[in-house]
Design a protein around this ligand. Structure first.
Ligand code: COA
Length: 184
């Protein structure tokens, strides 16, 4: 039953420069929003996220990215309301290494919304849900020139695990303390 979609009951919210930002698990109905979000990212942000010059998600990736199978994988989206409906402005996800308590994380925030604390909140929420789902170790593969993500990882207590076999990236990891032992 490992591949049956499962979405945890979770929501969070934050105020960003007077705008209400909602955080919740992604769902299949977000397909068009996720697609538009990735298409509108700057080339640099897409490159830092996907480590390639890919311009948009393939239908297969879109399907994979909008289906959660919690606790084995989960994506949280940050959404704002606009005149034309809800718009996605960020997404953070983890994917468990099969059969382990380790998971890889990845995150991207829309360019206009970067530097406002959205990634920090998404990753704290993701960490808490990962931990509740039995994950005890998180790691990220980060391009070595991606100073913002390296800074963010250090701020969240990740440390260098190893230079990846892929020469462009470094792997940073964090052992998660038991639930309730850290509030940030
Ligand atoms: C890395 C990224 C996710 C950070 O998102 P964000 O919402 O801007 O992050 P936050 O506002 O929560 O900031 C977190 C930390 O990132 C760093 N940071 C964020 N914006 C920064 C900026 N404009 N200049 C320098 N450092 C910055 C700081 O260390 C900051 O900590 P602080 O708030 O204590 O100063 C975002 O820049 C992004 O989407 N980049 C492109 C995709 C990417 O690199 N993904 C990572 C692949 S694993």
């Amino acid at each position: 039953m490992a591949n049956v979609p499962c979405i945890p009951d979770f929501s969070d919210a934050m105020d960003v420069d007077g705008t209400h930002v909602t955080i919740r698990p992604i769902e299949p109905a977000d397909r068009d929003r996720e697609s538009a979000f990735v298409r509108k990212l700057s080339d640099a942000s897409r490159y830092y996220r996907f480590h390639s010059s890919m311009k948009e998600l393939t239908p297969a990736l879109l399907e994979r990215f909008t289906e959660c199978h919690y606790p084995d994988d989960l994506a949280l989206v940050a959404m704002v309301d606009t005149a034309s409906g809800p718009e996605q402005i960020g997404v953070a996800r983890y994917i468990r290494e099969p059969g382990t308590d380790r998971a890889e994380i990845a995150i991207v925030v829309a360019d206009a919304w970067q530097g406002k604390g959205i990634a920090t909140r998404l990753l704290y929420d993701l960490r808490d849900l990962a931990r509740s789902g039995g994950i005890h170790q998180l790691y990220a593969s980060v391009l070595r020139e991606n100073g913002r993500m390296l800074d963010l990882c250090r701020k969240l207590g990740f440390s260098l695990e190893r230079a990846d076999t892929e020469p462009r990236t470094s792997q940073l990891g964090k052992q998660l303390p038991p639930l309730g032992e850290d509030s940030q």
